[in-house]
Each structure stands twice: as C-alpha cells, then as structure tokens.
Ligand binder design. Structure first.
Ligand code: GLN
Length: 312
C-alpha cells in the first residue's frame, strides 16, 4: 500500500471521524474503578507518517491511560535488555485466541503464550533491567517517552485503583513465579505492570509511538532511536498475531495492520515503513477494545487501502 497525499488523508480522517462519532455503543471498563470515571464521549483519531507529518480529528489532547497498549513497548524493552533468545525461553509468541486476562500458560513449557496477554506482559515486565524496582520502572517510562517524543508520566489515581483491585493479575504473577518464569519478587513484577498500564498518553502520543514503529524504531519527530530495527520486526509480528487477543483473526482480515488495544480506550496500529494510526474512544466491545476505535481503523484501512496484503 502507498499512503495518499496529505490533502486526501486529512479529508478521509474527517469523514471517518464523522461516520464513527454517532456510534455510542459499548461500555466503559469498570473492573478498574477509576476507568469508569472518564468522559465517555471523548473521541479522537490521529495519523502520523514515518516521515513526520501528523493529521488529526477530534480530541487529540485528552489524556487517558495506555493500559495494554503498553505491552508491546515493555516487550520491546525486555528484548533489548535480555536478547530475543532469553526472552523466548520465558514468553512464547503463539496467539492464544483467549481474552487478555486469561490464565494462560503452556502446559509443557509453562511459558505464557504471548506477551500481549496479561500473563506474558507481566513476565516481560519482570525481565526489564534496572538497579531496583524504581529504576526498572523509570527505564520503562523513559523508553515509552522516546517513542512518544515527550516526557510521559503515570496517572496516580488509575494506578492506585488497579493496584487496590488487581487480584487476578496478582494471581497470574504468583503462578509465573511458581513456574519459574518470573525469578524475583512477583509483587514487584505485577506492581511494575500496573504502573506501566497507568501511564497517561494522548491519541497524538500513541500515533507518534506507532509512527516510530513504522519508521523502523526511530521517532520521526525527534529523530531519536527508540528501538533497534530487528526488534521492531519482532514486536510488530507479535502485534499482528496476538495484539487484538481473541479478535486477532477478525482484525487481520478486516484491518490488516499490526495493532494493540487497551481498556483505557486507545488503539494503535502500524503500517510498517509508512504510518502510525491511533484512535481514542473509551466505550469498549466484549473483547475490551474501543468500539469506535475498531470501526475507525476498519474505515481508514479500507478508504486509504492500508491492509498489509492490499495490492494496488
Ligand atoms: N491493566 C489492565 C489489566 O491488566 C490492562 C488490560 C487491557 O488493557 N486489556 O487488566
């Protein structure tokens, strides 16, 4: 696929925004109590190109928590810190076809099936290097900030809310510890995961993060390298097969882009070499993905011919 000229992109973005705006179906995530406190009608779409142009419609500056969209970025940092072989010993790359919260460990190897479900994401958070817990989280925050091209910070209220209620994720961390996938303190690993999920972003930040992946790991606005080229390929591969959980097959057939959704209402998608797309709208479908986000990505992919198997 070849991205059309700027004028065409801006017009199509506007059309897709108007088309999706009337869809108020879906519900806010409420299992993390603080997530139910957001403005449900917020809606923004942003597209950033690998050569640094940014287009947007709607609420581009509303902050929301990154949630599971953090997973590919922490996985990327774990790969950079430990190397792909060491990470593969602990986290597989097979789609699970299961929801994100599934307690899913391979029966023979005990590895989480992939780094996009919570089990694999908590295992990845445990693999991040650092002098102590504070340093390990600081490295995660700095890494995401390089992708976004600005200093990101954590939403204390959402973090406190998930930390207070996240029993299932704690259980997963303890299972990982029991299986020898997590070596250190499982509470530290799951706490880091809660913190990374609570980092605040805007839809513009997510589009730039996606564009950095599209640009082989170099932020197209700051020119700073956030990830090495071979690791970008590994991360985008796992996003393609596992990023949308139990709707990964539907997503690949109808949108055809590596992507990741989060229960904060964000979705990020990447057309390698060309563009990053992000949508924010907090009402979710049954898979925990933004309803308008899925619809907007479908429309953008169709109208701009972005499906990675699309031939012109
Ligand atoms: N912090 C959330 C959780 O672990 C993230 C889930 C998601 O965004 N799918 O439950």
């Amino acid at each position: 696929p070849v991205v059309p000229s700027g004028g065409v992109v801006a017009r199509i973005l506007e059309e897709v925004y108007e088309l999706c705006r009337s869809d108020t179906s879906g519900t806010l995530a409420d299992y993390i109590p603080e997530l139910a406190a957001v403005q449900p009608d917020s809606f923004g779409i942003c597209l950033a190109t690998a050569d640094g142009r940014v287009y947007g419609s709607g609420d581009l500056d509303t902050a929301f928590t990154i949630q599971s969209i953090s997973k590919p970025f922490t996985y990327a940092l774990a790969l950079a810190d430990r190397g792909p072989a060491a990470v593969a010993e602990r986290i597989d790359v097979e789609p699970s076809g299961e929801p994100f919260f599934e307690i899913s460990l391979d029966p023979t190897t005990q590895r989480p099936r992939n780094p996009m479900i919570n089990a694999g994401a908590i295992a990845a958070a445990a693999l991040v290097d650092g002098a102590d817990a504070a340093d390990r989280f600081a490295r995660i925050r700095r890494s995401y900030s390089r992708f976004a091209g600005r200093q990101l910070s954590m939403n204390e209220a959402v973090y406190a809310s998930e930390s207070r209620t996240g029993y299932r994720n704690r259980a997963i961390a303890y299972l990982l510890r029991g299986a020898g996938i997590v070596d250190g303190d499982p509470d530290e690993a799951v706490d880091r995961y809660f913190r990374q999920c609570s980092i605040d972003v805007t839809v513009r930040d997510l589009a730039v993060m996606a564009a950095t992946l599209a640009n082989n790991g170099t932020n197209p606005l700051t020119r700073e390298r956030a990830l090495s080229r071979p690791l970008v390929e590994q991360v985008l591969s796992v996003m393609t097969t596992c990023g949308m959980y139990d709707s990964a097959g539907d997503w690949v057939t109808t949108v055809g882009l590596p992507a990741k959704s989060g229960v904060g209402g964000g979705i990020l998608a990447v057309l390698p070499g060309q563009i990053g797309i992000a949508v924010y709208s907090p009402r979710l479908d049954a898979h925990g993905s933004s309803v308008r986000g899925v619809k907007a990505c479908r429309e953008l992919s169709n109208r701009l011919g972005l499906h990675f198997l699309h031939v012109t």
